[in-house]
Design a protein around this ligand. Structure first.
Ligand code: ZN
Ligand code: ZN
Ligand code: FE
Length: 736
């Protein structure tokens, strides 16, 4: 007779872990108990044998949504227990593991469509393996009392399931049924009725735009094959060309309209149910004009499944006003952007957008990290135990990150902080995290930029402040997710649209040499005027003109510049020459704008961020020839490339091919150049430019084949959503 205590740290609460432990203990004939602890679960098992079998099942066969970070096993005295029990009492203290929202599992899907089941067509069916989590939680440990399900008292039958360790709904906190749980409501022309699913389906058939309440907020839903409906949605959302996400009934439907690799299929079907960008097979008018991909997801709530019984495919795009947060309650103005509303009375505790990914080498590349992934923590490789650091990020595409017991917890995408509604959202989340994680900020990390609202927020806190340059934060975010310390020299490539530089200029084409806290800006793209400042981002022809003026010394009309009137061109030329409202930038994002404009495929005025670069990526065809560039002591200069582009007459696909290849070669050249003087083995790729899959597909193997180890983002976005994580990692290492 012997006994062991097993302590597990990881995402093991709210994912059906304890019933699983109960089951395997019984299978192995072991007695004991399992209980939740602040950072995981504790298991006591005793018996004569079966220990090895138990532990190997624990490691191999645990529920799909559980994640084990650490297992400690110690030998203890047997207690002479008679059976194996699940202790439901909880120890105090908040954990760092709030589970992310999970899609409706296959068992629940089956019951949903089974006329003999008591939850037939019940839109809130769930079990321990699935259902809402993060978006209904007010506090930890995860308990019904701390969720928005608190107001629904379980009926005797639900209660029975909830208390039975062998039931799939044992301690399923949002457990509900038509007798006792939430209900749906349909609102049309100011009239509100209970139920109304059939009428909601009808309105979609009529070509109307339905606002549908989901997990983290409302979607706007309409029929993608109805041109008028699509145009109406574009008017309501005030978006001319921004791609709309699609939700497909099943994988067969996905395959009809898009190409999909096995890796993409796996991620599309994963419990996180992200929107996956897939290559178009069939063009559907107006969904993602000018791009070669669709963003597609599978249903993830019971209500989605019910609606997709009626349609093979719907548009399901976030319901929000331009540049403002996703709406989570019909009182937030949902009726102004829709024709009718299908809502429910299970309150959303915290709003959260759908996640959007591309797939690169079998891993997600996050365009947006939200529902299904947030708030999964990562453990940082720091030696002493630390808490109390908060990173407020930058300004665009912002998130916050907190550090608690060496775990970094990054929030969902919060949007652009220039808009006060998004800033309010950020404050909402800071307060939410404080409560959820019992977190008290001691150190605030913010951007160098003096005018960012987040920098001011840090200043108002009265706490200690640390400022970190934007692009350095980008590199540290990637180091954090790979658990890599910069204790030997690392080359940090940081390319994006813009970030405030240490010299007050706009950075965005940076190569850093990093060793410990020392960061040397070793090489960067040569500065060039950005005529009109922010306006140049909206009107990409301005950057094209700026590059042409430098390369040719005069105006040469090429690509979309031919559509700009001469007066405008002349006045921008003057502004550039006099240096009026033409800040200097080293941004690769702006170089993308210029090349896309010279190639003639960028619009005159963009409708969404990075549109010129995305269109350039969309027309890519493989090329093996580079454009001319020079790497001087500390600058990269591309006048030769601009001349070749302007004087050549290549089609956009060739321009795209050569341009992407050139950028990959520049990274390799710089890496080799730096390796000659320093012992650099690792290259970090960071910044929003690396959302470009073509560039990753070219640069990563090129570097690897030359003996470099390449670290690129796969758990967080390459873009500004990861700034707060980089800030927290840097501060935890070097913030004192
Ligand atoms: Zn389920
Ligand atoms: Zn019930
Ligand atoms: Fe950035």
């Amino acid at each position: 007779m012997r006994a062991v205590r097993i302590h597990i740290i990881g995402t093991v609460q709210g994912v059906g872990f304890r019933p699983f432990v109960f089951r395997i203990a019984n299978e192995e004939g072991l007695k004991g108990f399992v209980r939740n602890t602040p950072d995981g679960v504790e298991i006591h098992i005793e018996g004569v044998d079966g220990f090895d079998g138990f532990i190997s099942k624990l490691k191999r066969a645990h529920p799909p949504n559980a994640r084990i970070d650490k297992i400690d096993v110690v030998e203890v005295q047997p207690l002479g227990l008679k059976d194996f029990t699940i202790e439901t009492t909880r120890e105090g203290g908040a954990t760092v593991f709030a589970p992310p929202d999970l899609f409706t599992c296959n068992d629940c899907q089956r019951e949903l469509l089974d006329p003999s089941d008591r939850r037939f067509k019940y839109p809130f069916i769930n079990c321990t393996n699935c259902g809402p989590r993060y978006t209904i939680i007010h506090g930890l440990p995860y308990d019904r009392e701390k969720t928005t399900m608190r107001i629904f008292k379980m009926c005797p039958e639900c209660e029975k399931e909830y208390s039975d360790p062998l039931n799939r709904r044992f301690h399923a906190e949002p457990n509900a049924c038509p007798e006792c749980g939430p209900s749906i409501f349909f609102i049309e022309n100011g009239h509100r009725m209970r139920g109304g699913l059939e009428r909601a389906v009808e309105t979609i058939r009529e070509g109307k735009v339905l606002a549908l309440k989901g997990l983290g907020g409302f979607h706007l839903v309409c029929d993608p094959f109805n041109k008028d409906a699509v145009m109406r949605l574009r008017r309501l959302k005030d978006r001319e060309r921004k791609p709309f996400a699609l939700m497909a009934k099943d994988i067969e439907m996905v395959k009809e309209i898009a190409f999909i690799s096995p890796d993409e299929e796996r991620i599309l079907e994963s419990a996180s149910r992200p929107i996956v960008l897939l290559k178009k097979r069939k063009e559907i008018w107006g969904i993602s004009p000018g791009l070669d991909t669709y963003g597609i997801m599978l249903p993830y709530t019971p209500l989605h499944y019910l609606i997709l019984q009626e349609f093979p495919l719907i548009i399901a795009t976030s319901a929000n006003l331009r540049e403002s947060p996703i709406m989570k309650d019909e009182s937030e103005g949902v009726e102004e952007i829709s024709d009718s509303i299908l809502t429910h009375n299970r309150e959303i505790a915290v709003r959260c957008d759908d996640s959007v990914v591309k797939v690169f080498r079998g891993k997600p590349l996050f365009l947006r990290r939200g529902r299904g992934y947030v708030p999964d923590p990562i453990i940082l490789p720091i030696s002493e135990k630390k808490s109390g650091i908060i990173g407020l990020g930058g300004e665009l595409k912002n998130t916050i990150t907190i550090l608690k017991n060496n775990y970094a917890i990054t929030s969902q995408y919060l949007g652009d902080m220039k808009d006060y509604r998004n800033l309010k959202y950020l404050e909402e989340i800071i307060n939410h995290f404080k409560k959820l994680y019992d977190f008290e900020p001691e150190v605030y990390v913010c951007d160098l930029h003096p005018d960012f609202t987040t920098s001011r927020l840090a200043e108002r806190s009265g706490k200690r402040i640390l400022r970190l340059q934007h692009h350095i934060a980008h590199v540290f975010a990637v180091l954090a997710e790979h658990s890599v310390l910069p204790d030997s020299p690392i080359l940090g490539v940081s390319w994006d649209g813009m970030g405030y530089g240490e010299d007050g200029k706009i950075w965005g084409g940076e190569f850093f040499l990093i060793k410990g806290p020392k960061v040397l800006r070793r090489i960067h793209f040569d500065y060039i005027p950005q005529p009109g400042g922010d306006l140049a981002v909206k009107e990409p022809w301005r950057m094209a003109l700026s590059f042409i003026l430098r390369a040719h010394g005069r105006i040469v009309k090429k690509g979309i510049l031919e559509m700009v009137d001469n007066k405008k061109l002349e006045s921008v030329k003057k502004a550039v020459e006099r240096g009026v409202n033409a800040p200097l930038t080293s941004s690769v994002g702006r170089l993308f704008d210029a090349v896309s404009a010279i190639a003639g495929i960028s619009p005159l005025k963009i409708d969404y961020e990075a549109e010129p670069a995305m269109k350039l990526e969309a027309v890519y065809e493989e090329a093996n020839e580079v454009y001319t560039y020079e790497i001087n002591e500390d600058r990269i200069e591309v006048n030769g490339m601009i001349k070749e582009l302007v004087e050549g007459n290549e089609p956009p696909s060739v321009i795209s091919g050569r341009f992407h290849f050139t950028l990959a070669k520049i990274i390799l050249d710089v890496a080799n150049f730096i390796r000659r003087n320093y012992n650099v083995k690792k290259v970090v790729l960071s910044g929003g430019v690396f959302l470009n899959r073509v560039l990753l597909e070219l640069a990563v193997p090129l570097l690897e084949n030359n003996g470099f180890e390449v670290l690129y983002p796969m758990r967080f976005s390459p873009g500004d959503e990861a700034i707060s994580l980089g800030q927290v990692f840097y501060a935890s290492l070097y913030g004192g």
